[in-house]
Design a protein around this ligand. Sequence first.
Ligand SMILES: [Fe+2]
Length: 671
Amino acid sequence: MEKWFSVLILLCVALSIAQPLRMVTDKDYPPFIYIDESGSLVGASVEIWKLWSERTGIPVELIPLEWEEAIESVKRGDADAIDLIFFTPERESFFDFSFPIYEVTSSIYYRNYLPDIDVPEDLTPYIVGIKAGDALYTILSERNPDIQFRFYRSYSKIIEAFKNQEIEVFAMDDPPAQYYLVKHDLIYDVDRSKPFTRNQLHWAVKNGNTEILSLLNDGLSKISDSEIKDIIQSVLPSKPVISPDMRRILFFVSLGVLITFVALFAVNLYLRSIVKKTTKELREKNEELTLVNEELESQMQEARAINEELEAAYNELEQTSRQFRETLRLVSESFNLDKDEENFLKEAFDLIFDMFPQASQGYVSMSGQKWKILSSKGFDKSMLNRMNLESSEVPIPDKAVLVENIRLLDRERMSSRAFKAFEEYVPESKYAMIVPIKTGKESIGEIVLELTKEGQSFSSNDLKALESIADIISSFYILRRYSEMDRKFRKQAALILVKAMEYHDNYTRGHSQRVAEISAFLAESLGFDKEKIYWAALLHDIGKIGIPQHILNKEGPLDEEEFELIKQHPIKGYELIKDTEGFEDIAKIVLHHHERWDGNGYPAGLKGEEIPLESRIIFLADSFDAMTSVRSYRKTPLSTSEALEEIKRCSGTQFDPEVVKAFLSLEVASL
Ligand SMILES: [Fe+2]
């Protein structure tokens, strides 16, 4: 543009020599003509004049002035013509106008917060900014004479006043208005009425200057409408896409984003520093904790080891305690004379394997008439027992021994038959303990415990422990021996007593023994213990020792007093026996052996099942033997069948019917 301006100046200089056309123009009518920021005259009009000058070959001098002054300049004849002017009747009085160049609309512009202004009639309440000398003043005044105007020298002054809130409304041609509103960023603060006028822009000369007017029109005719339109369109401003509000919003949003970003960045930096610091602290803490942890771990391990030791000790104690209890129980069982031998040995054997869990096999054998294994583990004892070995074939060592290779010892001590059986049926072992079971000096059996794994062995303490168990087993057998001896002794003593009593009573010799045998036989057939009833029956008449012999052996019937004395013998027998330890029950059986089922017996007159069963059995056996024997009061005894008939007859009165029934079912011949 600057370049063109320079060319124009040069052209003007050239034409000053050749009389250039002097055109005055509004210096502030953008975008048609105005002075830009660098001081150059620019705009569509400059371009049109350049074209005009090219087409006519006549130089043109454009002289920018305030509008009013430009008008006055032409009126005075200081310039040849005026650029871009509307036709008005008033102006026709002093101007002649060229052909129209371009149509321009004009509108009323007002603050967008004011009520709508559509037509000049709406302008009454306002002060309307307008350019001095502008044709719009004439047009608006004609439409509404009440409008109050405020005049400004140029359009830019009007815009400045509007911007400074000096005025709220102004009237202006639309192209320059658009140009300034966009330039000053006011386009979205303003509302616009519909155009209130349309006017053609012309050039104009002073009245009568037809020569210049012809020259102007001639040049204008050489420029097409489209060329003019293109030039003007190229300089018209376009409305910004984004409104100021939107821009403000965008600005604040952007600012917000920026502040947020900066804040985030700052926070990030701050957090980083905190994280760094914290990480360092954590690392230090971690190292400390690692040390503490290691220490704790080692303490834990120590505690765990102590705990394991304690647990092991507790388990050992628990095991020892349990074994101790089991041993005590076994000791207690050894005193129980009712305990079965096989069960006792099995329990003893279980205890042994509990005490020596490492032992994988072993046995307890007894050497009676035949050698016999009573309990075994690790092999089948029945195979060896079937050999029916003599006790002499498996000699028992005198004392407990630890043996490294028991089979070598077995070969030495056993018969070849016994050794072969052991070799065949007992698995090989590596280490063994042999402990004899003794009653005094006599060895009655042995306990053998064997280890089958290489490297295992028993200690001397193990041997002592096993000897203790062997002692308990010995006690079991010793006690039974004494018990048997005691039983035999008592029986012998009782028999001596019975014999003494039978010498006292001539007619009862052998009677007690027979009654004892019949009673035991009957008790057995009824399915209960015969031992007690045997003793009771053997001693049932022992009280007769206290009855005078002459009464017992009296020929003929007894008088009442004598019979009363005889009836005392169950009580006397009871009193003789009752204080003997273990004979308390037997004493009671003896006491009631003359009670009758119907209650007519003596000494207590008990009835039915009030009478001890043993007493009822003995009463029947006693009666049967008496019936079939010679007595002082009956020289000829009854035959067996007569006696059985008599018993049958007395069933339910004298005798218990059930006992009678059992008795009658027995083989009488076997009695
Ligand atoms: Fe009797």
